[in-house]
Design a binder for this molecule. Structure first.
Ligand code: SF4
Length: 442
């Protein structure tokens, strides 16, 4: 018999999504059942993010919304976890504004969630457990995946880079790599379970293994070994730091059988002066040289990036350097954001913060350029036949399927749901800024 139902509200990146999948697996393993109806759930877990501005505001307002429900049904348990609660000032705020929150649990010990929820339901106590030290990596945790045919696999936790705008090293701790044997065993088990595509996750996958004694445990070596696993069709990874992207890694991807020719390589800014203020430890020229090396080895590879506009001290000339870099690289896609300060980071204290209006104006100009390149890149697919992994139906029409090429392009085509989870050949008939459309030919 089920112990009760649980519902996840997850904010933020794929690392957070995967943490939620593991927590869901742990709860299911302990006899709880998932529900997609928040109002009916016995346990509501909010997995928070603190990367974007307003994240705190969103979470506190959601907690306020839930207050009435909890007061009407005191057996309901609300739990808050994720990066936000690792920030020192947040826990007292949650406790003061939202006394109905029964569990607050950190990023280093979220694997204790089921045990804590059991305890709360038995004793009605309130638990707040936020370890500040990184704990040993827990292996072989059960996972409840969103898709049966694709899966995330963590390879590192935390980050040592301390980019001056970023809160991650403070809330996720120092970089820790998983043992390569454990990672590969997990991939083999996933493939045996029907998974066709895996995505290796880490804040900086390229520095995988730097903290391990095993000289063979580095990212190119891990990719090479994963590429040999029979039955695995596609390997993706996210995110790469330009300072650690080696020629060896580029060659491994180019020579592989299954590693997708798609690299997400966050540049953040085109001005070397701003890159230095961001503590990114590469220059514009270095980044452009990497792009040249990638294009030489894999002319058809897709490149995407992240860009911050309006970083403190960014002049119009610096911003023009970003536009110039975008024009020279021609990204397939990019996530562009206006800089917003994160409490506790060095950039928050920098002088020369850029006025909001100026940031918005730069962001709009950048987005126009990015959209132009995205369309141009998509138009290059017209008439070609591409292999897509079909991952679902289109949001607007359930007779239209949606899939992704190995280069990460979204392709829509007519078909039926039985194709979900398989690879299909689709001829591209039309190209829009963010999607391709076509017809299935095989
Ligand atoms: S590499 Fe920089 S931006 Fe990325 S998680 Fe680490 S500190 Fe943050």
């Amino acid at each position: 018999m089920s112990k009760g139902s649980f519902y996840f509200q997850t904010y933020g990146c794929q690392m957070n999504e995967h943490d939620s999948e593991i927590m869901a697996g742990l709860l299911a393993d302990q006899g709880y059942t998932p529900t997609d109806q928040r109002d009916e759930a016995d346990v509501i877990i909010i997995n928070t993010c603190c990367i974007r501005e307003k994240a705190e505001h969103k979470v506190l307002s959601l907690l306020g919304e839930l207050r009435g429900q909890i007061e009407a049904d005191p057996n309901k348990v609300v739990a808050v976890c994720g990066c936000m609660v690792q920030q020192e000032d947040i826990v007292p705020k949650i406790r003061k504004a939202c006394p109905h929150v029964k569990l607050i649990i950190g990023t280093h010990n979220f694997h204790r969630i089921a045990e804590y929820i059991d305890r709360i339901r038995e004793t009605n106590e309130t638990i707040c457990d936020i370890p500040t030290e990184e704990l040993l990596i827990e292996e072989a945790l059960p996972t409840m995946r969103e898709y049966p045919f694709k899966a995330f696999v963590n390879i590192t936790y935390g980050c040592n880079n301390y980019c001056t705008y970023c809160i991650v090293p403070y809330v996720r701790g120092k970089e820790r790599s998983r043992d390569m044997v454990d990672i590969l065993n997990e991939v083999r088990a996933l493939v045996a379970d029907g998974v066709k595509e895996i995505t290796f996750l880490g804040q900086n996958v390229n520095s995988y293994g730097n903290d391990l004694d095993d000289p063979e445990a580095h990212f190119p070596g891990l990719l090479r070994a994963a590429d040999q696993i029979e039955g695995l069709e596609r390997i993706r990874f996210m995110t790469s730091h330009p300072k650690d992207l080696s020629q060896e890694l580029i060659d491994v991807i180019a020579d592989s059988r299954h590693i997708c020719h798609y690299i997400h390589l966050p540049v953040q800014a085109g001005s070397s002066r701003i890159l230095q203020r961001m503590n990114r430890r590469y220059t514009k020229d270095h980044y452009l040289a990497l792009v040249e090396a990638i294009r030489k080895a894999m002319p058809e590879a897709a490149l995407t990036t992240d860009i911050i506009v309006g970083f403190p001290g960014e002049t119009e000339e610096d911003f023009q350097e970003t536009l110039d870099l975008v024009e020279r690289v021609g990204f397939d896609n990019a996530f562009a954001f206006a800089y917003s300060p994160r409490a506790g980071t060095p950039a928050e204290k920098m002088t020369n913060q850029i006025p909001l209006e100026e940031k918005k104006d730069r962001l709009a100009r950048l987005n126009d350029l990015l959209a132009k390149w995205s369309l141009k890149k998509n138009q290059a697919y017209l008439g070609k036949t591409v292999k897509v992994l079909v991952d679902g139906v289109s949001k607007s029409n359930d007779r239209v399927l949606s899939g992704k090429t190995d280069t990460g392009k979204i392709v829509l085509f007519t078909g039926n749901e039985e194709a979900i989870g398989t690879l299909a050949d689709v001829q591209v008939e039309s190209a829009q800024t963010w999607i391709l459309k076509g017809k299935r030919v095989k």
